[in-house]
Design a protein around this ligand. Structure first.
Ligand code: SAM
Length: 277
């Protein structure tokens, strides 16, 4: 019998944000893989968890994943936690989970807090679909290049950022994505100094300009405004036909969406364009 790997979420600040199941699993497993043994020992003591710890972080991930896999194959059950929130979300864990899956080891999620989801749930920006890009590049040149790829994104874009980089980051976002774009900055979620700023990028830059920003941050950039297509419906139909691999059905659907017209109206114009009745 092989063991099970439990991927367990821990709080992102408020220690009450852990599930009954997470505490039980952490007590019952043979070993807990943690990013930082000192940090996690303190956290686990708070819940009366005395299970042994083994370090698993970005610098030993590769070799440790192989060792942990051996333990699982020998029948031991393991839990994986990170310093805060959900493992594998901008945190180590993916390699171990991937090795386990390939080896046919049972991997079970014990879900809970994640800064990303907590921020999205309270910001009031569209969440029906969103794009999460982890941490932005630390240096301005790389960050600006990265933002170029995000500036026309039609979904909310979520990312993590360090407090000392916030002002420079907001300046780059204003330059590349526009000062009038909506943004939310979620700071110190679930903690004493929790704060959510929502406004335009220019307003956020002004708000955070004075003084040192402290604490942990999630930034949510509102969707870009959809660009209105240039020219007439027939010109756009002809352009998409010439420049893309889309078939006529797909072209009609896209043009109808972009121009805010009914599919039947755009279909009629496509027939005229193609010289068909
Ligand atoms: N796996 C974690 C999760 O699910 O939330 C995220 C890990 S990532 C290494 C840590 C980053 O998450 C921090 O630098 C910060 O950007 C964000 N973060 C973590 N806790 C937060 C909090 N309480 N409030 C706001 N952002 C937080």
């Amino acid at each position: 019998m092989t063991g099970t790997l439990y991927v367990v979420a821990t709080p992102i600040g408020n220690l009450e944000d852990i599930t009954y199941r997470a505490v039980r699993v952490l007590q019952e497993v043979d070993l807990i893989a943690v990013e930082d043994t000192r940090h996690s020992r303190k956290l686990l003591e708070h819940y009366g968890v005395k299970t042994g710890l083994v370090s698993y972080h970005e610098h030993n991930e590769q070799e440790r994943a192989a060792q942990l896999l051996e333990k699982l194959q020998a029948g031991q059950s393991l839990a994986l936690i990170s310093d805060a929130g959900t493992p594998c979300i901008a945190d180590p864990g993916y390699r171990l989970v991937s090795h386990c899956r390939q080896a046919g080891i049972n991997v079970v999620a014990v879900p809970g807090a994640s800064a990303l989801v907590a921020a999205l749930s309270i910001a009031g920006l569209p969440t029906d679909s969103f794009r999460f890009v982890g941490f932005l590049p630390a240096k301005s040149h790389g960050r600006r290049q990265f933002l170029e790829q995000l500036k026309d994104e039609l979904q909310t874009v979520a990312f993590y950022e360090g407090p000392h980089r916030l002002q420079a980051c907001l300046q780059d976002v204003a330059d590349i994505c526009g000062a009038g774009r909506k943004i939310s900055v979620a700071r110190e979620l679930t903690k004493r100094h929790e704060e959510l700023f929502s406004g335009t990028v220019a307003e956020a830059a002004e708000y955070y300009a004075a003084g040192k920003v402290k604490g942990e941050l999630v930034l949510l950039l509102g969707p870009a405004e959809k660009k209105k297509p240039q020219g007439t419906v027939k010109e756009e139909l002809a352009r998409l036909h010439a420049e893309t691999d889309l078939n006529w059905k797909q072209i009609v659907k896209q043009v109808a969406r972009d121009f805010g017209l009914s599919g039947s109206e755009v279909y009629r114009q496509s027939l005229e364009l193609r010289g068909k009745d």
